[in-house]
Design a protein around this ligand. Structure first.
Ligand SMILES: Cc1cc2nc3c(=O)[nH]c(=O)nc-3n(C[C@H](O)[C@H](O)[C@H](O)COP(=O)(O)OP(=O)(O)OC[C@H]3O[C@@H](n4cnc5c(N)ncnc54)[C@H](O)[C@@H]3O)c2cc1C
Length: 396
């Protein structure tokens, strides 16, 4: 089959890998002018970890990864007010856990197919016409092309979803936060393998030291602190972050000053995608486009890779009968993904507390997590570090 995949993030290249391995001809279409690297640091574990193992990329991921030792919460003068040793995640995942930049994960997946799969950069699907025997895909640049299937793997703000299923507001569940991240070189101080964070009511900044003298910053804040419209472009984004985080103590002024020279700032709503159906005719969505769980679930990349694997293999099992494959794929994945979405929704209320009292209570709770059995119990309750999902074993 010829399969067009819109979006070369995590889900798209993973699907291309499995389709190509099964003898099909995937084509990736990516809006960015070249493969996107860098970006925020993700935690990676669970079924996605097993898929990475099956793809043979685990050694590379572990090499690119970090094993953070501690979450350290500081007050506005930099004094420690909470935190815990983060080996709890590693322990609960049975050692199958790493943290790495999202771009490193995506690039490692992409390298497995780079020379064997056509990728069209700087382009996007702009129109879709379903025919009896194929789907005609119009592109923003260049002539339309016919494929057997079209997969939307184009993330939270999917164009394929909009073209086939309708506008984003019908499917987006906002969790009440905005997130921004960026990276700089040479920032001081550094705390190796420590996730350092400072919170004020409704907002939190974290600093994470990376290799090669890089530091990544993660800003999360309650949506009500930004009443205006979404910023467009780095200048407006910087203005929003200055207005929300300016004068908030700790290193906020130094971090905001470091941001002034950064053009590549990720900024978005923290949202999930919930749809009644993930496919229509010859078109199907995977990854964040279909069912984003949000950063609060902390497993979106692993789920995207699992979905890619399961979709490719269900197509094999159904001997390329896409209707049967899409049906069984969705039945298999939906309960698992929806469980992850519910867990993230529960966490949303307390993720960044609204009041000083809430922050104080959270800090005290994290102090208790210095005791391993309490940490295991608390983390085990809020984050499903062990996946309750049996990965289908398809025929080799
Ligand atoms: C701050 C933050 C922290 C996170 N932390 C974690 C974590 O700890 N662990 C974890 O597993 N997950 C985490 N996630 C979630 C994770 O990043 C996503 O779930 C995952 O990247 C989804 O993969 P995807 O391939 O579906 O989408 P994406 O990775 O978003 O890739 C989509 C691709 O489609 C491209 N695209 C977009 N629009 C178009 C278009 N119109 N045409 C063509 N191409 C297009 C994009 O350029 C991109 O390359 C986090 C997310 C954020 C924002």
């Amino acid at each position: 089959m010829k399969v067009a995949i819109n979006g070369a993030g995590v889900a798209g290249p993973a699907l291309a890998y499995w389709l190509h391995r099964n003898g099909h001809e995937p084509t990736l279409i990516e809006r960015a002018p070249s493969f996107r690297t860098g970006g925020y640091v993700i935690d990676f574990w669970g079924v996605g970890y097993t898929i990475a193992e099956r793809m043979g990329i685990l050694p590379e991921l572990l090499k690119a990864g970090y094993r953070f030792r501690e979450l350290r919460l500081l007050d506005d003068r930099g004094r420690k007010v909470g935190g815990f040793p983060t080996d709890v995640f590693w322990r609960l995942a049975g050692g199958r856990f790493t943290s790495l930049p999202r771009g490193d994960l995506a690039a490692t997946i992409y390298r497995t197919i780079e020379d064997r799969v056509e990728t069209i950069f700087g382009n996007s699907v702009s129109g879709i016409e379903e025919m009896d025997e194929c789907v005609r895909v119009s592109l923003e640049h260049g002539p339309a092309r016919d494929f057997d299937l079209l997969v939307g793997a184009d993330g939270l703000h999917s164009a394929v979803r909009r073209l086939v299923f309708g506008t984003e507001d019908r499917f987006e569940k906002r969790l009440g936060y905005r997130v921004a991240t960026f990276e700089v070189r040479g920032y001081r101080p550094r705390d190796e393998l420590v996730y350092v964070a400072h919170a004020l009511p409704g907002r939190q900044i974290a600093r994470i030291a990376l290799r090669d003298d890089r530091t990544m910053f993660l800003f999360i804040f309650r949506a009500e602190l930004m009443p205006g419209s979404e910023p467009s472009g780095p200048t407006e984004t910087r203005a929003v972050l200055r207005s929300v985080f300016g004068g908030t103590g700790w290193e906020s002024e130094r971090i905001l000053a470091a941001m002034e020279d950064v053009e590549d700032i990720y900024f978005d709503r923290v949202s999930q995608i919930k749809m009644e159906r993930w496919s229509s005719g010859r078109v199907i969505l995977i990854g964040d486009a279909a069912c984003a769980v949000s950063l609060l679930a902390g497993e979106g990349t692993g789920l995207a890779m699992t979905e890619a694997y399961a979709l490719a293999e269900e197509l094999e099992r159904a001997k390329c009968d896409h209707r049967a494959a899409f049906e069984s794929y969705e039945q298999r994945l939906r309960p698992f993904v929806e469980g992850k979405q519910k867990a993230a929704e529960r966490l949303a209320a307390s993720f960044v507390p609204r009041t000083s009292l809430g922050i104080w209570a959270r800090n005290q709770a994290t102090r208790l997590m210095g005791l391993p059995w309490i940490a295991d119990w608390m983390i085990g309750r809020s984050v499903s570090v062990r996946d309750d999902f049996e990965l289908p074993e398809y025929a080799e």
